[in-house]
Design a protein around this ligand. Sequence first.
Ligand SMILES: *Cc1c(COP(=O)(O)O)cnc(C)c1O
Length: 373
Amino acid sequence: MKIQMVDVKSQYQKIKMEVDQGIQEVIDSAAFINGPAVKKFKESLEQYLNAEVVIPCANGTDALQIAMMALDLKPGDEVIVPAFTYVATAEVIALLGLTPVMVDVDPDSFNITPEIVLAALTPKTKCVVPVNLYGQNAELEGIMNLADQHEFYVIEDNAQAIGSDYIFKDGTRMKSGTIAHIGSTSFYPSKNLGAYGDGGALYTNDLALGEKMRRVANHGQGKKYVHDIIGCNSRLDSIQAAILDVKLKHLDDYCSARQEVADRYDLAFINVDQLQIPKRMSYSTHVFHQYTLRVKDGRRDELKSYLSEKGIPSMIYYPIPLYKQEAFRSYTEVDFLPVTEQLCKEVISLPIHTEMSVEEVRYVSETITAFFN
Ligand SMILES: *Cc1c(COP(=O)(O)O)cnc(C)c1O
């Protein structure tokens, strides 16, 4: 059995006709940059997310950068960011001369919480960037309440959770990424809504902020050849937009397929004392960009090698706290956050994707339970 972390190839086979047709139409029209395909996808995504404005861009890292540029943050302004995330989230903060304030995460949700944010607030806090890690929302209702009280912006790094729902205390639901002032996402091929190359997007319900971000992403240009602000050049390729427009129609099915795999894994591991299965938080649905276990008996690396011998790939997201990365040495005084340190030693992400068969899930599950018996 050849098990893969993700299987973009088999997924493509099932939608090949639609995708190929979309690509061919872009080539036939030669509208490679900002063509009708980009507009169509932008509108489809606005409708899917129920967001006022979607701004497509070149990748998820650019999306974060454009968001921060549009907020007019000044050097020295503090941006609160989890230390347990992909490097891109903190990198753009440093790149813009802002001060990343790295904070710990909750051991159950793997995300920052209102309490963690509150403890890190200073008069210089201008922005908070919760990451909806592994496919589940951070507790955004509480974080947005703090934002109202203390006047800071919130950018949701939603690269891993597109398609999930945020569930407010009163039961209303909103699509992940649309709760904060700005949401950013990535269409990197292995993400839940993956292109066949790079891509990203920003979303907001604030029209003025939307217009500002659109300008930033397009050389700070309002009218053609009139540049009001310093911007950058970050566009979603028309061919990628055509592909994404097809795949967006399948996103909910893709999320369900991942959830089914996760449910099977849960059942297999719930009684294994050495493992903690992913907790499902009351305020979010989970779309399982990753299915991430905590190995509590210190044998995580041993398990990883064992799986590899049995032909099962696995990944460690993330092995090193961001404050221990050489690149951030001069940007942060933080040198120890207990939960982040613990998670870096305990987490392991298993194969999960839309094409995974019941037999494959069973093989992975049985191999893991055998390891602990
Ligand atoms: C993938 C990812 C990004 C960056 O997206 P790119 O499209 O690769 O630039 C940012 N943040 C998180 C949490 C991610 O998982």
